[in-house]
Design a protein around this ligand. Structure first.
Ligand code: ZN
Ligand code: ZN
Length: 88
């Protein structure tokens, strides 16, 4: 007791130059390193949903499954939050 929350050095919350883009909109990868999306041959973007609508890219099974898993996760997170709020 008493040591709680005091071991973190100040100012380490955000790293300069690091972008927080969030999960991939196509394959649902939380980390950019985990993104399995191919590079778009037209605009060279990776993980841009517009490329699948406008540039003729097609989602493969892993991308579809990844996105679905991500949406399931978000759904659980959201419902959990609502559940907790309703308890109070
Ligand atoms: Zn991706
Ligand atoms: Zn594109």
């Amino acid at each position: 007791m008493g040591k709680f929350g005091w071991s973190l050095p100040a100012g380490c919350g955000t790293l300069p130059g690091e972008e927080s883009e969030g999960p991939c909109q196509v394959c649902g990868a939380f980390d950019v390193d985990d993104c399995i999306c191919p590079e778009c041959p037209i605009c060279t973007e990776i993980g841009n949903p517009d490329c699948y609508d406008e540039h003729g890219l097609e989602r493969n099974l892993k991308q579809i499954e990844g996105k679905r898993a991500y949406e399931e996760y978000i759904k659980q997170m959201t419902s959990g939050e609502i559940y907790h709020k309703e308890e109070y």
